[in-house]
Design a protein around this ligand. Sequence first.
Ligand code: NAD
Length: 480
Amino acid sequence: MRQGDTLYIDGEWTAADRGGTFPVTDPANGTEIGRAADAGRAETERAIAAAQAAFPGWSGRTAYERAAVLDTAHRLMTEQCEELAQLMTREQGKSLKAARNEVKYAADFLSWFAEEAKRVYGATLPSNRAGHRFFVLRQPLGVVSAITPWNYPVSMITRKVAPAIAAGCTMVLKPAEQTPLCAVAVFEILAEAGLPAGVANLVTTGRPAEVGEPLVTSPAVRKLTFTGSTQVGKLLAGQAAGDMKRLSMELGGHAPFVVFDDADPVHAAKGAALVKFLNTGQACICPNRIYVHRSIMDPFAAALVDRVKRLKIGRGDGGCDIGPLVDEAALAKVQRQVADATAKGARLLVGGERVLDEGLAQGQFFAPTVLADVDSTMTIYREETFGPVAALIPFDDEAEAIELANDTEYGLASYVYTKDLARALRFAEALQFGIVGVNDINPTAAAAPFGGVGVSGLGREGGAQGIDEYLDVKLVGISI
Ligand code: NAD
């Protein structure tokens, strides 16, 4: 494993200018598992310059040549799935099974955008004038800055890198300070796949604001693609407005999960448990408000509690379902939300406290928790939890359910369980979210557009739409 030389700039692995590094720790026990280069402004500016210099050459390659690199990267990532998953579990804390699934999901973006590279079609339009023609070209927009989070430390990178380089853009990526080693592993694959120098550059840092500033404000950068919290997304969007950069923003969520009385409460509880406790609740698509029809609340809650009691808590490599939270701040947020809810009348059905069992006290483990009788006065009803707490709220009819589900400024994922097709369609159309799962807890794939509305963000990743985010549309009018 690289020790400190984790910057990948213009095709070379290097250390930070003054040799500075920062520790990378295992969230399950706090031990140091490696060190990453602590880049600052100067290294970032060099990476941007390298991307700028590489742009004419890379955008001038044929789509078939760009696709070939992505196809090779896909093969390498698939071959290295196990090593990558082991690293992810150590660095981020999720279970090995979940880490393997993430690597497969991440690799899917490489193959999907290898194909999409070849389908960047233009258009010819009928003109309203004789002797005149219109053409529409779609062209790579230039140098892209990418900033990614720790919770999906491999797939959030390929979801940006694959469409950017497929389109012919060049880029600089800054991964989260908690998970730089997974980013290094992805960039080692890109290098081995034959990506030319300067096309994709990696800048690791423990000082995100210092590196973020040139990434977000440099005139050489034409686009910022960001995945992370709404709070930081708003800040960066403001900074990027200076010279009207293009933006993709994949931000926080506050997903409603609505269970009607015609749904099977046990089946719905199984779905709720799987998606609520996904990645220990640290996914942007995790339900934050679980609305259950009053008539089936008791069997639903009983089935959910039963499943929660069977979840195994521990290190990700020990066959566990619930891993550690990423840091002390994440643990404190969950504890604060649970204390606030119970003080205001929520009933604790299971969990509710930090796990200090032998071997776990050094990590940030929080017991999977179910709260009943949650209401709109509680912090958890509005604030993204990003932890393993399921908040149950009863409702009485469909009109009320849709109003409650839409009662948030976020708009990423949403879920509805019903056997009534007409109701499912009414709901899917009325939910003000970018993603709706109907009796489905996994409405995501590389081939599908992922993204939110409201303060959950701008733009889409994946699907046919994903490459549009890296293309400018140019109109050519010709008099003949
Ligand atoms: P975060 O906003 O704290 O950090 C995300 C990234 O931004 C990290 O790389 C961090 O170093 C960087 N950053 C922080 N401050 C910065 C600054 N001033 N300048 C430049 N960069 C800066 O978010 P997080 O806690 O790492 O991630 C969790 C959040 O991400 C949650 O809100 C979650 O919902 C969201 N998320 C969204 C999606 C999606 O697709 N919509 C996917 C995963 C995570």
